[in-house]
Design a protein around this ligand. Structure first.
Ligand code: FNR
Length: 374
């Protein structure tokens, strides 16, 4: 008999109280192949685990007896005002989680008053998302070998009113996610890579152990270098963010190149295993940036306290990846809306209990890291 899955917040099930609850429910609800694709990391999954653990080693130094009856979490990103410093990272194939796919995620993100980044590997098209959801969006660009396709994607993002291009630089090849190999991960018939419509997907070898990964890898331009970032700047007037920088050396090159911002990321532990958590490298990059460009961070954010820690160490905002996918899987648009609301509420209470009434109060002295204890 089919296993009944309790509905979120029904009487049969305890209330969903944090975003990690969605992960457990999604694990119960999704086909194993899809859950593993979303949840998994590369090889030993050391970085995947470290992304969580690194946050747990940072502690607070709160100030008390400060009037925190009004808390303002709003901020400006590249000149656009958003309700909170928490944005949605680009993740592939939302239709594997829910039939409405990226449209539902975009609607929920807009309702939360923040920015969603649409992946180049999305299952709803740029235009579809644009016409069904209000709100501010960035477009994540994977640079394919076929530069005509890249130009077309950029042009479509511009025409659809996207506000920035986040070019992914930590994936010249796909990391080896062994669960996907074991599961022989392939796309179900009803889900397609929409942003990719120009390409002939029939060439994809579905019989191969990891047909999709092999296909994707074959399309990605692994010769990408800084000169291509310059080329991108020539073909678009949109600001360029580089996603996947984690060292001061690369931050310097990115700034010399004239990028509008840096998104620190280890791809949620899905690319090079044994990378440190981004939160552990944040200060190095922030020090190099010297306030010239904003530094954002993703990978492992699951709590409002994590967001606070990232801001205290110099981030201008954070992005979340998997929590959106899991909430989408469990409860569609309402799930994503609730996940964003829970993170927002957690950040608010963290600020109140630390004596911060606005984001500018979240300063370095509000946290203690391991390096402070030496
Ligand atoms: C990703 N990520 C990603 N990044 C990117 O630049 N383009 C993409 O298409 C995808 N696709 C993708 C799919 C899935 C299933 C996951 C989990 C992640 C990486 C993503 O943008 C982000 O860096 C991480 O997800 C952040 O880590 P957390 O929040 O998932 O821990």
């Amino acid at each position: 008999t089919e296993r009944r899955i309790p509905q979120p917040n029904s009487r049969e099930m305890p209330l969903i109280t944090n975003v990690s609850d969605y992960e457990e429910l999604a694990r119960q609800k999704l086909p194993k192949m899809v859950y593993d694709f979303y949840a998994g990391g590369a090889e030993d999954q050391w970085t995947l685990k470290e992304n969580k653990e690194a946050f747990s080693k940072i502690l607070f130094r709160p100030r008390v007896l400060i009037d925190v009856s009004h808390i303002d979490m709003s901020t400006s990103i590249l000149g656009y005002k958003i309700s909170m410093p928490i944005m949605v990272a680009p993740t592939a194939l939302h239709k594997l989680a829910h039939q409405e796919g990226e449209v539902a995620s975009a609607q929920a993100t807009a309702a939360a008053g923040t920015i969603m980044t649409l992946s180049s590997w999305s299952s709803c098209s740029i235009e579809e998302v644009n016409s069904s959801a209000p709100g501010l969006r960035f477009f994540q660009l994977s640079v394919f070998k076929d530069r005509d396709i890249v130009q077309q994607l950029v042009r479509r993002a511009e025409n659809a009113g996207y506000k920035a291009i986040a070019v992914t630089v930590d994936a010249p090849r796909l990391g080896c996610r062994e669960a996907d190999v074991r599961n022989r991960f392939t796309l179900p018939e009803n889900v397609a890579l929409k942003c990719f419509e120009g390409l002939d997907l029939s060439k994809m070898d579905k019989t191969n152990a990891s047909g999709l990964a092999a296909y994707v890898t074959s399309q990605i331009d692994s010769s990408l270098s800084w000169k291509d970032i310059k080329w991108l700047q020539m073909i678009t007037w949109l600001p360029i963010l580089v996603k996947g920088v984690i060292t001061a050396e690369d931050a310097r090159l990115a700034i010399e190149c004239g990028v509008a911002g840096i998104i620190m990321s280890n791809h949620g532990g899905r690319q090079l295993d044994y990378l440190p958590a981004t939160i552990s490298c944040l200060e190095e990059v922030v020090r190099e940036a010297k306030g010239r460009v904003p530094v954002f961070l993703d990978s492992g954010i699951r709590r409002g306290t994590d967001v606070f820690k990232a801001l205290a160490l110099g981030a201008s905002g954070v992005f979340i990846g998997r929590p959106v996918l899991f909430a989408l899987a469990v409860d569609g648009k309402a799930g994503v809306r609730n996940a964003l609301r829970m993170l927002r509420d957690e950040l608010e209470i963290t600020m109140a209990l630390s004596g911060c009434t606005s984001l500018k109060d979240i300063t370095r002295d509000r946290v203690i890291t391991e390096s402070d204890m030496i």
